[in-house]
Each structure stands twice: as structure tokens, then as C-alpha cells.
Design a binder for this molecule. Structure first.
Ligand code: CP
Length: 292
């Protein structure tokens, strides 16, 4: 039984298969490869993109998806997560897609070996399908020629599971990664670090902008995000004519992470990332439900 909890669960060959299948799904009308499959989605944290795109991906491949809303589930009567999961597995799904605020929950459920578990974002550690869709978007932009290209991750890196998974996947695929953040947002890392975005820009082929994850801050890190934006917002004035691909996993804090003007700029591929998320998740589901 194969799970996708972290990027490390995938071999390089499997990553290649996912990227190739995503390209095929994007260019050809998909066939109902997963017609007899049932998935259960269990989102303990809010989501727009990941939850919708997993459901669309499953439906495009013919699979059925059942969502359990934790806010109206028997977890409110004291049922443990392990019991909730075991009961869902007793209904014999082919996989459970889970998002949770704690880093280790998806792995704990996977270790019960009752069904294939797919991590749709856990704590500040892992969001593997986001990393895959970001890699896919970068590969599309550079026609596959990504080795040696430099990605600058800008913003609240320390709180970000997107950054954590992206760093590990991008380095594995031969990209250079540098971190750009004010001190409170900078994690412990051996990677090259900049506090000044303007100084870092000349080294970058890709910017991955991240929002401040206010929901994960125990106390407010900055009082004034307008002041933060003066230093870290991706603006036309800052970018000038530099040929840098601009990414953001969403949700974007307008004019704090990226200016409205830059969101309309052809260098900014935020919505293309969302489109690619469907095809990457189709490829992941195919891998886990059929190939593996
Ligand atoms: N990128 C991402 O995880 O977005 P959602 O929180 O909306 O799923």
C-alpha cells in the first residue's frame, strides 16, 4: 500500500511518472481510469485550492469522493481521530485525503495501514502535492530545463509547509533555493539567506512568494503588514523588466505579498499553478490507486 505523506515517499522515477502523466492529463481528455475507486476527504483545516482540486481530479478520472466535515463529525462527541479514521476505513475507501494542523497526523494514520493516505497539507512540515504542482509549473515555464535555476522563497518561510516541501523537492531536482525573509520568518537552514529582497533579486529565476501564516503565529509577529509589504511585496517597481517567474501557493494577501498590478502581469503564474494542481493531483491519484 503506497501513501503520499511527504515528498520522500516518492522515488525519482515516480516523480517523473507524475510529471509526465500530469502533462498527458493537461493535453488530452482524461479517461475514467479510477471509475471503481472511492476516496474520502478529511479536512481539519480550511482549504480552497487543495480540497477542490483533489475532488475535481478524482471526478475527472471517474472516482467518487465523500467529504467528512470534521466540524459536524463525531470527533465533537469525543471520538479519537484514530477511531474516526478506522471507522471510515471500515467503509472500504481506496484512499483518504487528509489535511491537519499537526505535522505527524497523516503519517500516524498511514502507519495504521488501513488504506492509502494522501497528505493534503500537515502543520508547517509537508504539503507534497503543492510542491509537485509548483515543480510542474516551473518545468513548464522553462521547458524542462530547470537544473541550476534559482528559486527565491520570500515571506513567512518558518511557518510554511509549502516552503518545507518545496525546498526538499526543488533541491532534489537540481534547483538552487535561497531564502528571503525578515528574521522572525527565517528558519534555521544551511541555505543561502537574504533579509533584503532587492539584493536577492539579481540571483533569481523564480520567486515563490508566501503569505504570513497568521493562524500559526502564537502572538502577532508584525503589528503592521503595510510596513512589511514595503520590503517584501512583489511590485512592478521592484521587479522592473526582470524575467523572473512569480509563484504563490495562495491565498494571496493582495498588495502585501504581491501587488494587484503584478498579479495581472504575464510573469505571474498564480492561477496557472491552480490549474496545474488539478493535473498533478490526477497524476498522484493514478499513481497511488493504480500504478503502485
Ligand atoms: N495552496 C493551498 O494549500 O491552498 P488551500 O489552503 O486553499 O488549499
Amino acid at each position: 500500500m503506497q501513501h503520499l505523506i511527504d515528498i520522500s515517499d516518492l522515488s525519482n522515477k515516480q516523480i517523473d511518472v507524475i510529471l509526465r502523466d500530469a502533462t498527458t492529463f493537461k493535453t488530452k481528455r482524461p479517461i475514467q481510469l479510477l471509475q471503481d475507486k472511492l476516496l474520502i476527504a478529511l479536512f481539519f483545516e480550511d482549504s480552497t485550492r487543495t480540497r477542490s482540486s483533489f475532488e475535481i481530479a478524482a471526478k475527472k478520472l471517474g472516482a467518487a469522493v465523500v467529504h467528512l466535515d470534521p466540524s459536524t463529525s463525531s470527533t465533537n462527541k469525543g471520538e479519537t481521530l484514530e477511531d474516526t479514521f478506522a471507522n471510515l476505513c471500515a467503509m472500504q475507501p481506496d484512499g483518504v485525503i487528509i489535511r491537519h494542523a499537526q505535522n505527524d497526523i497523516p503519517r500516524q494514520l498511514a502507519d495504521m495501514e488501513m488504506t492509502s493516505v494522501i497528505n493534503a497539507g500537515a502543520g508547517n512540515y509537508a504539503h507534497p502535492t503543492q510542491a509537485l504542482l509548483d515543480l510542474f509549473t516551473i518545468m513548464e515555464h522553462f521547458n524542462g530545463d530547470i537544473k541550476g535555476k534559482t528559486v527565491g522563497i520570500v515571506g513567512d518561510i518558518i511557518s510554511s509547509r509549502v516552503a518545507s516541501s518545496a525546498i526538499r523537492l526543488f533541491e532534489r531536482m537540481g534547483l538552487n533555493v535561497i531564502l528571503i525573509a525578515p528574521k522572525p520568518f527565517m528558519p534555521q537552514s544551511d541555505l543561502v539567506q537574504y533579509e533584503n529582497l532587492d539584493e536577492a533579486l539579481e540571483h533569481l529565476d523564480v520567486i515563490m512568494s508566501l503569505r504570513a501564516q497568521l493562524e500559526r503565529h502564537q502572538t502577532p509577529v508584525f503589528e503592521d503588514y503595510q510596513e512589511y509589504a514595503k520590503h517584501y511585496c512583489i511590485t512592478k517597481e521592484r521587479m522592473q523588466n526582470r524575467e523572473i517567474l512569480i509563484l504563490h501557493p495562495g491565498p494571496v494577501m493582495h498588495n502585501i505579498d504581491i501587488s494587484d498590478e503584478m498579479l495581472q502581469d504575464p510573469r505571474c503564474k498564480v492561477l496557472e499553478q491552480v490549474t496545474n494542481g488539478v493535473y498533478i493531483r490526477m497524476a498522484v491519484l493514478k499513481l497511488l490507486m493504480l500504478d503502485a
